[in-house]
Write a protein that binds this ligand. Structure first.
Ligand code: GDP
Ligand code: MG
Length: 685
C-alpha cells in the first residue's frame, strides 16, 4: 500500500511531466530536495541512497542543472512479508546485493529526454547526465534551471523522488555570471519553496552548522523546521575527540525531523574505486564502533536516512493527496470548459458556421439590451442599464437645464410684442408674441435630441464590441470582422431616419403651440400673479381690509399709450421733422408699467409652456430613439446579418478558423488527456 502510494505519485509526476512541472503544473507533488553548500556531499548522499555510482561528483561545481530523480522499487516477487521485514530486506540489499556488475538486468535508469532507452550501465548513465548538463550549460561551469529527469528502477532502492541541486557558491568561476550566487539561490528557492517540498539540508560535519547554507535557505521557507531534515556528512573527517552528538540531540538548531549523520566516500575512495557496498559496510562499522554513536548506531548512516525519507514522503503524500486530487479535477474542468468554448474540431459547413454565429450574436445582443446578460457585472452598468442611464440622466438633465430666459431679454419681448401686433397696436398682450417666442425656444430641443441619437448609437456599438470581444468569436476572425462591419453600417443607416423622426417631433411641437393645454397657466392667472408681484396687496391699517388697487391704463403720465417709451426723445424730435426712420429701430427707453406688466405676463406664460414641452420632449424623444434605433436594430439584426453573410461569396474566407484557436484547442486537448490520465491514477488510490 505504501509503495503503491509513492508509485502513484511517481506515475502522476510522469503523467504531468509534459506540463513542465513548474508553476504551470496543476499538481505540486511531494519531492525531497537536496540543498547545501558546494561540495558538502549532496550528490554523494543521493548516490548512497540509490546504492549505485551514477552521479557526477567531486570538487568544484559538478551539479549544474537540477536533477529530478525518481527511484522506483521493483522487487522480484516474493512470499508475502510484512512491511517491516521488507524494509529489513532492503537494508540487506544495500549491504549485499548492490553489485557493480556492468549489465545488471535488474536495475536500470531511464531519462525523460530519451524515452524508452534503458541504461543498464551506470557509468553510461553518469556520462549521459554530464552530456545533458553540458548540452544546456556549456562545459565551463555554467548553470541552468532546466531539470534533467531520471528514473532508476531497482529492487535495491526505496521508492522516492529526490531532487539534486547545484550547491551554493559565492564567487563566480568559468562561464558563471557575476550573479551566480543569486541565480543558484533562486533556482533552489524555486524547488524548496513549493508547499510540498521536503528539504534535505546537507551540511558537512567539519563545517560550522550555524553557517550552513542549506539550513539557512531551509529556514527561509520553513522557519518552523517542520519539513526540513538535516544530514551531517563527512563525520569521518571530524577531528578526534569531536562529534555531532549535540547537534543530533537538537540542542544546536532543532528540526522536527532531526538530523542523520552519514559517511560518504571521500575523494580518495572514489579514485580508488571503492564500491558503495564497501562504503556502506564501513559506514555501519564506523557508527557501531564509535564511542559517541554506538549506543544509537541504528539511527545513524545512509540506510536509516533512506528509511526516514521514505516515511516522511509517505506522510506528506497522505496529507496532500486529497488536495492534489482536487486540483487535478479543477484544472480538468477548466480545460474542458475552455475546449467547449473553443468549439468542436469537426468543422461544420461554412453556412452553418455563419448561421450559428449570427444566431448567437443576435441572441446576445437582444439579451444585453433586455438586461438578460449572463454575466451581470456589479462593477459597472452595461447594456440596457447604460442606455437607461443615457435616457434618464444625461438626456433628461440636458433637456431640463434649458432655460428660455438665458436667451430672451425683456427688450426683445417688447420688440416682438410690437412687431407681432403688426401695424395696428393691439389693446392687450397678443398670443402671437407668446407663440413667436415659444417657437424660437422650442427649436433649442433639437440639439440635445439629435445628440441623444448619437449617444445611443455609440452605446449600441459598444454592446457590439462587448459581445464580439468574447473568446468564442475569436475563432473566426473574418466572420467576426464582417459581422461587426455590417452591424455598424446598418446602425449608421438607421441613424438617419431616427434623426429625421426626432427632428419631426420637435417640429411638431413648434408647429402647433397648444395654448389650450390643460397644464398651461391661464392668462388671467398670469396677470394676477404679475400684479401681485408689481403691487403687493396693501391692507388698510384701520379696517384690515384690502386697499383699492390702482388699475394700470395705457394713458398714464409720461406715457405715449401703447407706444410709450418705444421711441427715445431723440427719435421723437426727428419725427417731428418727418425724417425717414432709422434703419434699425429698437424699442428703447423706460418701460411703462403696462409694458412691464405685459412683458412679465408673457414671460410667465413662456415659462409655463416651455416646461410642458420639456416634459414632452424628455418623455417622447427616448421613445422615438427606442423605436427607431434600439428596438428596430433588435428586430432587424439577425435578418440583416443573414442577408449579408449567409451564402456570401467570400464565405470560405470568412469562416477560416483562427490559427491561435486551432493551436489552443490542441493544447487543451492535450491537457485534458494528461489530466484525465492523472485523475485515473489518483482515483486508483
Ligand atoms: P556536492 O557538491 O554537495 O554534490 O558534493 P559531492 O557529493 O560532489 O562531494 C564533494 C566532495 O566531498 C567529493 O570529493 C566527495 O568525495 C567528498 N565527500 C562527500 N561526503 C563525504 C564524506 O562523508 N566523507 C568524506 N571523507 N568525503 C566526502
Ligand atoms: Mg553535487
Amino acid at each position: 500500500m505504501d509503495e503503491h502510494l509513492i508509485a502513484t505519485i511517481n506515475k502522476l509526476q510522469d503523467a504531468l511531466a509534459p506540463l513542465g512541472g513548474g508553476s504551470q503544473s496543476p499538481v505540486d507533488l511531494p519531492q525531497i530536495t537536496v540543498v547545501g553548500s558546494q561540495s558538502s556531499g549532496k550528490s554523494s548522499v543521493l548516490e548512497n541512497i540509490v546504492g549505485r555510482d551514477f552521479l557526477p561528483r567531486g570538487s568544484g561545481i559538478v551539479t549544474r542543472r537540477p536533477l529530478v530523480l525518481q527511484l522506483i522499487n521493483r522487487r522480484v516477487k516474493k512470499d508475502t512479508k510484512n512491511a517491516h521485514e521488507e524494509l529489513l530486506d532492503l537494508n540487506v540489499g544495500f549491504d549485499q546485493k548492490a553489485g557493480q556488475s556492468e549489465d545488471n538486468v535488474e536495475e536500470w535508469g531511464e531519462f525523460l529526454h530519451l524515452p524508452g532507452k534503458k541504461f543498464y550501465n551506470f557509468d553510461q548513465l553518469r556520462q549521459e547526465i554530464v552530456n545533458e548538463t553540458e548540452k544546456v550549460t556549456g562545459k565551463n561551469a555554467g548553470i541552468s534551471p532546466v531539470p534533467i529527469n531520471l528514473r532508476i528502477y531497482s529492487p535495491h532502492v526505496l521508492t522516492l523522488t529526490l531532487v539534486d541541486l547545484p550547491g551554493l557558491t559565492k564567487v563566480p568561476v568559468g562561464d558563471q555570471p557575476a550573479d551566480i550566487e543569486s541565480q543558484i539561490k533562486n533556482m533552489i528557492m524555486q524547488y524548496i519553496s513549493r508547499p510540498n517540498a521536503i528539504i534535505l539540508a546537507v551540511n558537512a560535519a567539519n563545517a560550522d552548522l550555524a553557517n550552513s547554507d542549506g539550513l539557512k535557505l531551509a529556514r527561509e521557507v520553513d522557519p518552523e523546521g517542520t519539513k526540513t531534515i538535516g544530514v551531517l556528512t563527512k563525520i569521518d573527517l571530524m577531528d578526534d575527540g569531536t562529534d555531532v552528538v549535540d547537534i543530533l540531540s537538537g540542542r544546536i538548531i532543532p528540526l522536527r525531523y532531526g538530523y542523520v549523520p552519514v559517511i560518504n566516500r571521500g575523494q580518495k575512495d572514489i579514485e580508488s574505486n571503492k564500491t558503495i557496498r564497501d562504503a556502506l559496510r564501513d559506514e555501519k562499522k564506523f557508527f557501531e564502533s564509535h564511542s559517541s554513536y554506538s549506543s544509537n548506531a541504528s539511527y545513524c548512516g545512509t540506510p536509516y536516512l533512506a528509511k526516514k525519507l521514505n516515511s516522511i514522503l509517505l506522510h506528506h503524500i497522505r496529507q496532500t493527496l486529497p488536495e492534489i486530487k482536487n486540483k487535478i479535477e479543477l484544472s480538468l474542468k477548466k480545460y474542458q470548459a475552455e475546449l467547449l468554448n473553443l468549439g468542436p474540431e469537426t468543422l461544420d459547413s461554412p453556412n452553418s458556421i455563419v448561421l450559428s454565429m449570427i444566431t448567437d450574436f443576435s441572441k446576445e445582443y437582444t439579451g444585453i439590451l433586455d438586461g438578460e446578460a449572463k454575466e451581470l457585472s456589479s462593477q459597472e452598468l452595461s447594456g440596457g442599464a447604460r442606455i437607461s442611464f443615457v435616457f434618464h440622466e444625461i438626456f433628461k438633465s440636458g433637456v431640463y437645464a434649458l432655460d428660455p430666459f438665458d436667451q430672451i431679454k425683456d427688450s426683445d419681448i417688447r420688440t416682438i410684442m410690437y412687431n407681432s401686433s403688426g401695424a395696428a397696436p393691439s389693446l392687450f398682450v397678443g398670443t402671437e408674441a407668446f407663440e413667436v417666442l415659444v417657437k424660437q425656444q422650442i427649436q433649442r430641443f433639437e440639439d440635445p435630441s439629435l445628440r441623444l441619437v448619437g449617444l445611443i448609437f455609440d452605446e449600441l456599438v459598444r454592446i457590439l464590441r462587448e459581445i464580439i470581444s468574447q473568446t468564442k468569436y475569436a475563432r473566426y476572425p473574418g466572420l467576426r470582422e464582417a459581422i461587426s462591419n455590417y452591424f455598424i453600417q446598418y446602425l449608421k443607416e438607421r441613424v438617419i431616419p431616427a434623426n429625421e423622426f426626432v427632428v419631426d417631433i420637435i417640429k411638431a411641437e413648434q408647429t402647433y403651440i397648444n395654448t389650450a393645454h390643460p397644464d398651461l397657466l391661464k392668462g388671467s392667472q398670469a396677470m394676477s400673479m404679475v400684479e401681485e408681484k408689481l403691487h403687493p396687496k396693501q391692507l388698510d391699517p384701520k379696517t384690515g381690509k384690502q386697499l383699492p388697487q390702482p388699475i394700470p391704463t395705457g394713458g398714464e403720465k409720461g406715457s405715449n399709450g401703447i407706444f410709450g417709451g418705444f421711441f427715445s426723445s431723440k427719435n421723437k424730435k426727428k419725427l417731428t421733422a418727418l425724417e425717414s426712420p432709422p434703419s434699425v429701430l429698437k424699442a428703447t427707453g423706460q418701460m411703462t408699467e403696462r409694458e412691464t406688466l405685459e412683458t412679465e405676463v408673457i414671460k410667465l406664460l413662456i415659462d409655463s409652456y416651455f416646461s410642458i414641452v420639456k416634459r414632452t420632449v424628455a418623455d417622447l424623444i427616448p421613445k422615438a430613439v427606442m423605436l427607431k434605433l434600439i428596438v428596430k436594430s433588435k428586430n432587424d439584426i439577425q435578418k440583416i446579418l443573414l442577408e449579408k453573410l449567409y451564402g456570401n461569396q467570400d464565405i470560405d474566407d470568412l469562416t477560416k478558423e483562427n490559427d491561435i484557436t486551432i493551436q489552443r484547442r490542441k493544447e487543451c486537448h492535450n491537457m485534458v488527456k494528461i489530466l484525465k490520465h492523472a485523475s485515473e491514477i489518483v482515483s486508483s488510490v
